[in-house]
Write a protein that binds this ligand. Sequence first.
Ligand code: UDX
Length: 443
Amino acid sequence: MRIAVVGTGYVGLVTGTCLAESGNQVVCIDKVAAKIELLKSGGIPIYEPGLAELVHRNAKDGRLSFTTDLGAGIAEAEIVFIAVGTPQGDDGGADLSGVYAVAEQIGRHLNGYKIVVVKSTVPVGTNAEVARRIAAVTDCPFDVASNPEFLKEGAAIEDFNKPDRVVVGVRKPEVGERLRELYAPFLRTDRPFLVMTPESAEMTKYVANCMLATKISFINEMANLCERYGADINQVRRGIGHDQRIGFHFLHPGVGYGGSCFPKDIRAVIHMAKAKGVPAAMMEAVDSVNEAQKAVLGGKILSHFGPRLDGKTIAVWGLAFKPRTDDIREAPSLTLIDLLLERGAAVRVHDPEAIPNVRALYGDRLIYCDRPYGALEQADALAIVTEWNEFRNPDFEVMLRLMRQPIIFDGRNLYEPATMKRLGFQYQGIGRAMVDPTPSYRM
Ligand code: UDX
């Protein structure tokens, strides 16, 4: 099939590239000329494992091309994906100006029947509004489908190639059938292609992210409770996870969720609920628990050292909001760094991928280290914020030699508290009490 994808962010570029890889003819379109030039010259604007090789191969084989010219880009296409960003607006709702601007441009350039597929995460009702706006500027026939993405950054290619399910929202069965053909190469026999109304498809994306974010805020709240009552959340996780109704997935306590999806999508749902006068007490709690969780690691550091950190050097391992990405949007590391700087600490940071993005924000206010051990030199404490694999089995002897004080605040529970104590570290994880506090019944 001939496909056009408007927007070359994470979603657009991964979608376009994977569709080219399965034999389709794909044009990726973006209004930012610098991005298109970069892509044309073999560069990739984001870090995503495996993406560069796929882009290069498909571009070389002539199945994948890039342009800033939307009219020319969609002229031959039978299916046009809209994959532009929907950032959080000032009122907490999703900012749809990009989606609508693209919809109107597509409408003005329609030269025959096309299926327009909204892939951006958008509030319920956007599909209908996109259709209205296209109809207002063209006489050509078209259909608008909704096709939310469930890609995880860092595993986006894998997720696209082996989706748990594909969801499409359509008003006509034949549009669903055409999209089923497009996705057929990616669907294993046990993975469903779910056809529903556009409204349900739009809602599915938000409900999935609300559930996932709820799991994280839930386990973080329970972890904080464990810590205060002398329990270990890792033992508790095993205790609950074997219950098949609960399971183990997405219940890792940590420093709170970040990234481009959860924070903004949860707030968009709260905004959608408010607009209809429906309570969103759960999602408001999920959001506020998460904001508080982003401050937990900093709180532990201040409890240990006192309110001022002048003269102290704190090392930070991990800046990206999660491993295998360079993305620092809403990253918990930023909350921690702001606090450390405000309290007067010198901050030495290391991340395998995200340093350029962090440098763009903080300039020379931080000390950037290419290697994890470099960040530890003369450090009074190490804070671990992102669970990159290279932090899982470090040389603890080297760490003890490099650090001024062997103190670790581990926001991702990478190590065993008892082992760390034996090695000579003062170690605090999340929700992992080491000593029994005075039981409350004796008070
Ligand atoms: C998420 C959804 O998983 C994806 O389906 C959707 O399309 C976009 O949003 P992504 O933002 O790439 O994907 O990251 P994800 O791996 O889901 O992690 C989100 C955040 O939750 C990270 O900050 C991560 O550290 C945190 N997290 C995740 C936890 O703190 N604990 C967990 O158990 C899982």
